[in-house]
Design a protein around this ligand. Structure first.
Ligand code: FMN
Length: 376
């Protein structure tokens, strides 16, 4: 079985990607304290770039100091961060044909910053953090829109090949498109068009600054997997609005922090116990793909086997496949597959990488244990 299509080039907007393998955004915790880029982060991305991935999507970069997950998260909320980010992008571009996207976001309802209380479309208590976010006024929403546009424009100035809005996983932009976290009755709530407005406004304003040749893509919540949350039918209708507005690609995802309460469904990163659990957003991709038009579909979620990835592409269910956890274990996984070793990713999708985030830079705990054993 060959994996030819997986290693054939594809396009997102005007940008050529050397193969169909995308590194899905993965928070690395490797920024210097308070968000600038240093050696640690550059080396991490250098390793990924050398490993054969066609398009690397950065970990979630914050558009606002109050919207950060940790002091070791990269930021682009002011110009002082541009020079470090530029060095990172240049290092990745040293590897021929590797492209990199900046993912920009804000923690919203799930915010945990010690100085800046969380904000959201509606004041609904977060059951994980125990905090109740402050409801944003219309004026404040306009300020947030500008922060996204400014950070997106900075990513363009840094030399990134494209920008991805983080509108998934219970963070601020996804709070607007979920009925669980958006109970507003102004122009930002009440119906799907209004709930999607913030995404459309960011896109329009950013597009004006960066032009048509710089792709604007989106990681889009399509389901919350909680009672009263966003359901797939509405998620698909939101995606249709997004496609019509001119986003260059959609990476559908789902699940918020609270999805994990009382269930083993650790969305967005499902624990995979058997091959049946793999490719867990395939049904969403199949439903969405016929409506995509010029916009590309990047499918994420439990993709570990290059043969099934090839099949997904061949069947026309997605344009690109996207991988997060397996690249923490094997940053050179695409190279391995391309060299002819098409055994599945070694990652066991156990989510030990999530736990590692609590104490330091994100890493695969299993890989580290094996490396330690080898050294003994
Ligand atoms: C440690 C870790 C950090 C993550 N950080 C981000 C992030 O910054 N932005 C994002 O959109 N998704 C993030 N995700 C979710 C992944 O991008 C991806 O959607 C999910 O893990 C499913 O893909 P996988 O099965 O290939 O891991 C993260 C996942 C993990 C495991």
């Amino acid at each position: 079985m060959s994996v030819e299509l997986l290693f054939s080039p594809g396009y997102i907007g005007a940008v050529r990607i050397k193969n169909r393998i995308v590194r899905s955004a993965t928070f690395s915790g490797r920024a210097e304290k308070y968000g600038s880029v240093g050696e640690k982060m550059i080396n991490f991305y250098d390793e990924l770039a050398k490993g054969g991935t066609g398009l690397i999507i950065s970990g979630f970069i914050s558009v606002d100091v109050g919207g950060t997950i940790s002091p070791y998260q990269a930021r682009l909320d002011n110009d002082s961060y541009i020079s470090g980010q530029r060095k990172l992008v240049e290092k990745v571009h040293d590897i021929p044909e590797v492209k990199i996207a900046a993912q920009i976001g804000h923690t919203g309802k799930q915010g945990v910053h010690p100085k800046y209380p969380p904000v959201a479309p509606t004041a609904v208590k977060d059951k994980i953090t125990g905090l109740t976010p402050r409801k944003l006024s219309k004026k404040e929403i306009e300020v947030i829109i500008k922060k996204f546009v400014d950070a997106g424009y900075r990513s363009y100035l840094c030399g990134y090949d494209m920008v991805q809005l983080h509108a998934a996983h219970g963070y601020l932009l996804s709070n607007f498109i979920s009925p669980y976290t958006n109970r507003r009755d102004d122009e930002y709530g009440g119906n799907i068009e209004n709930m999607t407005r913030i995404l459309i406004m960011i896109h329009e304003q950013l597009r004006e600054k960066v032009g048509k040749s710089f792709p604007i893509i989106i990681k889009l919540q399509t389901q919350d997997f909680i009672p009263g949350g966003l359901i797939l039918d509405d998620g698909i209708n939101i995606a249709k609005i997004i496609i019509k507005s001119g986003f260059d690609a959609i990476e559908p995802s789902g699940g918020i922090g609270e999805t994990q309460i009382g269930t083993p469904n650790a969305y967005p990163s499902k624990i995979i116990k058997s091959t049946d659990d793999e490719n867990y957003f395939l049904a969403v991709a199949k439903e969405l793909k016929p409506f995509m038009g010029e916009s590309k579909l990047i499918m994420v979620g439990g993709i570990k086997n290059p043969i099934s990835a090839e099949k997904i592409l061949k069947n026309g269910n997605a344009d690109f496949i996207s991988i997060s956890r397996p690249l923490l274990y094997e940053p050179d996984l695409p190279k391995r597959w391309q060299s002819g070793d098409i055994t599945p990713a070694k990652c066991i999708s156990c989510n030990s990488c999530y736990l590692s985030m609590l104490t330091g830079p994100t890493h695969c705990v299993v890989r580290k244990k094996i490396e330690r054993k080898k050294q003994k």
